[in-house]
Design a protein around this ligand. Structure first.
Ligand code: AMP
Length: 286
């Protein structure tokens, strides 16, 4: 596996691969790699001639300096994991190269970035879309693999790609979970052992909602009850349209997405899954 720091070198590497008729699978990450990232690498490996991974802890998507400083950085282990998953080139750009002084351009996706993860973190998704757009432009045409773990991010990136007609096929990949059900996250290492038990409330709440069809309100209540019982400090629990992210009404039926977020041990965790809702008789009057 090749490690590339210079942006120009990366651009040339990808350009040469395409010139040779090779398809590229791109996996953007912030490092501290785990099984969730490994699954993206492996899927990209199975579906493309060349696999490029990126590791960049993007300061522009963090709201506070403390969270940024606390973000785990494990480059040596990341190199081993990426290499063992068949990544051909690992791109590790510097912040100075990605965001030269006086960066003046922001890529902003309307509305979708203002809800849920965007509510308490103003500007977070502008940071995400600005960096992902730049990664896509530097790499050029490719398939890009994103986890459904960050469902809102996936929807926003898909919207950005469509609106800007970028030559990227964005592919959403299943959430990878540990044996106990907790979705793998780089932040899990910040949990105490008790916190980890509490954190299982997130996946349990999603499983509970996924287990049966109810009205949207009933699904929400069930998730909140499950989260609170586990001791999770609930930030939100909602059922939304998987494309527009608008909250479902009680007279709607069909397949939707359940989204939850909460704080455990001072660590913000998120989870989500597909759910069924059915418009209830009582709900039609709401
Ligand atoms: P991050 O390094 O946290 O920015 O994540 C990089 C990519 O890995 C994003 O597309 C995430 O959605 C994805 N990812 C992170 N955790 C998981 C997981 N548990 N399962 C699937 N994908 C994941």
């Amino acid at each position: 596996m090749q490690q590339i720091v210079e942006l120009g070198e990366w651009r040339d590497y990808a350009r040469n691969a395409r010139r040779e008729g090779k398809s590229i699978g791109l996996v953007p990450t912030m490092g501290a790699l785990h099984e969730g990232h490994a699954a993206l690498f492996r899927r990209a490996r199975a579906e493309n001639d060349v696999v490029i991974g990126t590791i960049f802890v993007n300061a522009r998507q963090f709201n506070n300096a403390e969270d940024l400083a606390r973000y785990p950085r494990t480059l040596e282990a990341d190199v081993d994991l990426a290499s063992s998953c068949g990544v051909d080139a690992l791109i590790t750009p510097t912040a100075a190269a990605m965001w030269p002084n006086a960066t003046a351009t922001t890529v902003h996706v309307e509305r979708l970035g203002d809800v849920f993860e965007g509510t308490g973190r103003p500007g977070h998704f502008d940071g995400v879309t600005s960096v992902v757009a730049k990664l896509f432009i530097l790499n050029g045409a490719c398939r890009a693999y994103f986890g459904e773990k960050d469902f809102q991010q996936l929807v926003i990136v898909q919207t950005m790609v469509r609106d800007l007609a970028l030559e990227v096929a964005v592919i959403g990949c299943d959430i990878v979970r540990d044996d106990d059900g907790l979705a793998f996250s780089s932040r899990n290492v910040q949990l105490t052992p008790e916190g980890r038990t509490t954190a299982l409330g997130l996946s349990r709440s999603i499983r509970a909602a996924c287990a049966g069809a109810r009205t949207a309100s009933e699904q929400r209540l069930l998730m909140v009850a499950t989260l609170e019982e586990a001791g999770v400090n609930v930030e939100y629990a909602d059922v939304v349209d998987p494309v527009t992210l608008t909250s479902s009404r009680d007279d709607e039926s069909g397949r939707r997405r359940a989204l939850v977020a909460g704080v455990v041990d001072g660590v913000r965790l998120i989870d989500n899954g597909p759910v069924q809702i059915v418009g209830g008789e009582h709900a039609a009057r709401n």
